[in-house]
Design a binder for this molecule. Structure first.
Ligand SMILES: CC(C)(COP(=O)(O)OP(=O)(O)OC[C@H]1O[C@@H](n2cnc3c(N)ncnc32)[C@H](O)[C@@H]1OP(=O)(O)O)[C@@H](O)C(=O)NCCC(=O)NCCS
Length: 163
């Protein structure tokens, strides 16, 4: 796997191609709405793009160190091409981000996902994240989650991982 890909920081010029793919990569959900161009204007120093040998994007992660909580890193989106899944690419992207976060002094990573996204829930658990399960959470789709977290009907699992 690692012989067939290379990692680099994304740049703004990558946005049109990536934003055109995210709905497909998320199985038809309207994910382009949460991936405006600003992510590749202001957060590239802690984000990663994986390409195949021909330079086609096959995975990306956009994340940052929290300006309000410098001990906390936050992953906004992570995805791999449907043709390259279960081969360790998502794990490699996260490991690069963990290294970025540690190097900048962060102590933990947060990632928020929809509890019905079983692939994302399984992936984050496999990456060492644990769901917040304290006050205000309830079992949704088998995972502790906050109902109406982002808006009415927008339930979320809040995953945390220590570094
Ligand atoms: C979630 C996603 C990024 C995982 O990428 P990936 O490249 O397949 O991940 P990896 O191959 O590195 O998997 C690492 C581990 O995660 C777990 N995992 C990955 N896919 C899984 C699945 N479909 N079901 C259960 N566990 C899974 C496994 O334990 C896996 O290790 P293994 O392959 O040795 O069993 C990818 O499926 C994806 O892009 N999904 C659509 C976008 C999305 O939902 N993103 C997350 C929310 S922002």
């Amino acid at each position: 796997m690692t012989d067939d890909l290379r990692f680099r920081r994304p740049v703004e010029a990558d946005h049109p191609q990536l934003v055109g793919q995210v709905d497909d990569w998320w199985g038809g959900r309207n994910l382009h709405q949460i991936f405006p161009r600003l992510w590749l204007q202001h957060f590239t120093g802690t984000s990663w793009l994986a390409e195949d040998t021909e330079g086609h994007p096959i995975g990306f992660l956009v994340g940052f160190i929290s300006p309000d909580h410098p001990e906390e890193a936050y992953v906004h989106m992570i995805a791999t091409s449907p043709n390259h899944r279960r081969a360790g690419l998502g794990r490699l992207l996260y490991e690069r981000f963990f290294d970025d976060a540690r190097a900048r002094g962060a102590r933990r990573v947060t990632a928020v996902t929809w509890p019905g996204n079983r692939v994302s829930v399984g992936f984050h658990r496999a990456m060492g994240f644990r769901p917040a399960d304290g006050q205000g959470t309830q079992n949704l789709y088998g995972t502790p989650a906050y109902a109406d977290y982002d808006a009415d009907g927008d339930d979320r699992v809040v995953f945390r991982r220590e570094l």
